[in-house]
Each structure stands twice: as structure tokens, then as C-alpha cells.
Design a protein around this ligand. Structure first.
Ligand code: PGA
Length: 274
């Protein structure tokens, strides 16, 4: 059995108001209860729910109050570049401390809709790490029909530009890695299209990034049209795991049944299913 941890993140984006996010978190927790050992999620599987900013506190409180043994956690979907202070409307990293241990940074929807450049994403990584949050950095190509080598080159270039920007903002690659950096490979053409990448492509990207960073154990997740029916393929089996470390799930995480099926597939691949 592999000891590598599997991480599953539910990215609810801006789909639901906080009250419905709380209801969904409850449904997911209830639906997982039967699959979990009495002590909750085993240490080799980590599950984070990423509600909207307004839903973070109520969802975190629900999990703490009603499902303290489930080990379900919350993650933020984004963080501001600003420090705490007179910055109307911003959400500085420090404000997430004690609520969300991790934050998604550089999602392609932020890059597309808010013009977030590598400079901004690198700055946000630095801010997250300075506050003690573990960043989940989204990288991905927009090359639907390219060879794997071109995708790897594209994503490596994106990572180099982002790490250089983080370094300029005061956070070295070594510090990012020590802070628990996780990379999510999210090809833009696969997000919300029903057309996921192949395991082979995602493993190729993971291998390229690990060798570029000289970090064999760099955790790399895959995200983009993951669904319950195909979830198991991303993990492999407990005796023959893929080289991927988990999934970032959008649309399918809005259904408690589909998301719980994905988590159960992770538990089974980790050899922890009950
Ligand atoms: P999707 O979204 O699963 O709906 O494709 C994934 C993501 O954007 O993180």
C-alpha cells in the first residue's frame, strides 16, 4: 500500500448561497459517515470543501460542531493580495487563519475573469504562506489538441513565472514547498466541459513539474470534468496507484452523492475503505 496522501477538494465556486452550502456539506458528511472508520478520515486521505467566501465560516462551524470526527476540512477559493488594513472589500490571508487551513490560488477562472497574471498569482502565494495557509496552486494549459510534451512545456513555463513572482514577493520555492504547496493541474479546455484530460496527460504534467522542481514528492492533483463514474481511474488501485495525488472537483462536487462516490474511490485506492 502506498503511503502517499490522497487529497480531494470540492470547489463549489459561486454556485450556491451559504445556506445551501451548509446543507450540501451536511449531506456530504452524512453520506460519507458509513464509508469512514469511526475515527473519521484516515490520515492518507484528506477531503477539503471549498465554499464561497461567505460560506466558509458557516460550513467550517457546521463541520466542527456536528462532524468533529469526520476530519472534513474547508479551503478558501481565493485570497487577496492585500494585507489586513484599509482595503475595502478585500479578504486578506490572515482572515482565513483558524477557519481554512488551505487556499486555492490561480484558478483559471480568476486568471480569465480578473486578469490574474503570474505576478498576481505569485504574490497571492506569498501572502498565503506568510499567513500560514497551505496554497493549492492551479496551473493548466489551454491547448486542447497538443502533444503531451507541449503541454508539459506550457505548464512548466507557467510554474517558473509564478515561482519567480512569489520569490519577488518574498517567498522562495523552498518556502512554498515547506508550507505544503499542492499543485492542481487543471487544463482550461477540460474545466466544465465534460471532457476530462487523460490520466496519461495528467501524469506527464506531474512528472514534468516534479523533475523541474527537483521534488519527487511534490503533490499534484488533477481537476477538470472529474465525475463519479470515472473517479477511480485517477487513483489506480491500492497496489498500483497512479502518480497523481488527488482531485480538484467542480461540478460533480455540487452533488453529495457524486462527491461521496469520488471520496469513496479515494478511500479504496488508499486501501482505507471500510
Ligand atoms: P469541473 O471544475 O470539475 O466542473 O470541470 C473543476 C475546477 O474548475 O476546479
Amino acid at each position: 500500500m502506498s503511503s502517499r496522501q490522497i487529497t480531494i477538494i470540492a470547489n463549489w465556486k459561486a454556485n450556491l448561497p451559504p445556506s445551501e452550502e451548509v446543507a450540501l456539506a451536511k449531506e456530504i458528511a452524512e453520506s460519507l459517515l458509513g464509508a469512514l472508520p469511526k475515527s473519521g478520515l484516515p490520515s492518507d486521505v484528506r477531503v477539503l470543501l471549498a465554499p464561497s467566501t461567505l460560506g466558509l465560516v458557516p460550513v467550517a462551524s457546521l463541520l466542527r460542531r456536528e462532524y468533529p470526527h469526520s476530519a472534513l476540512e474547508v479551503a478558501a477559493q481565493d485570497v487577496s493580495l492585500s494585507i489586513p488594513g484599509a482595503f475595502t472589500g478585500e479578504a486578506p490571508a490572515e482572515h482565513f487563519v483558524g477557519i481554512a487551513p488551505a487556499v486555492i490560488v490561480g484558478h483559471s477562472e480568476r486568471r480569465r475573469d480578473h486578469g490574474e497574471t503570474a505576478e498576481v498569482v505569485g504574490g497571492k502565494l506569498a501572502r498565503a504562506v506568510a499567513a500560514g495557509l497551505a496554497p493549492v496552486l492551479c496551473l493548466g494549459d489551454d491547448l486542447p489538441r497538443a502533444e503531451i510534451a507541449s503541454r508539459v512545456a506550457y505548464v512548466e513555463e507557467q510554474s517558473v513565472a509564478t515561482f519567480a513572482a512569489a520569490e519577488r514577493a518574498g517567498c522562495s520555492a523552498a518556502r512554498l514547498l515547506a508550507a505544503g504547496l499542492v499543485i492542481a493541474y487543471e487544463p482550461v479546455w477540460a474545466i466544465g466541459t465534460g471532457n476530462p484530460a487523460s490520466v496519461e496527460i495528467a501524469e506527464g504534467i506531474a512528472a514534468g513539474l516534479r523533475s523541474a522542481l527537483n521534488r519527487e514528492e511534490l503533490p499534484v492533483l488533477y481537476g477538470g470534468s472529474v465525475d463519479a463514474a470515472s473517479a477511480a481511474a485517477w487513483f489506480g488501485t491500492s497496489t498500483a496507484r497512479t502518480s497523481l495525488d488527488g482531485l480538484l472537483v467542480g461540478g460533480a462536487s455540487l452533488s453529495a452523492d457524486r462527491f461521496a462516490t469520488i471520496v469513496r474511490a479515494a478511500l479504496s485506492a488508499a486501501g482505507s475503505a471500510q
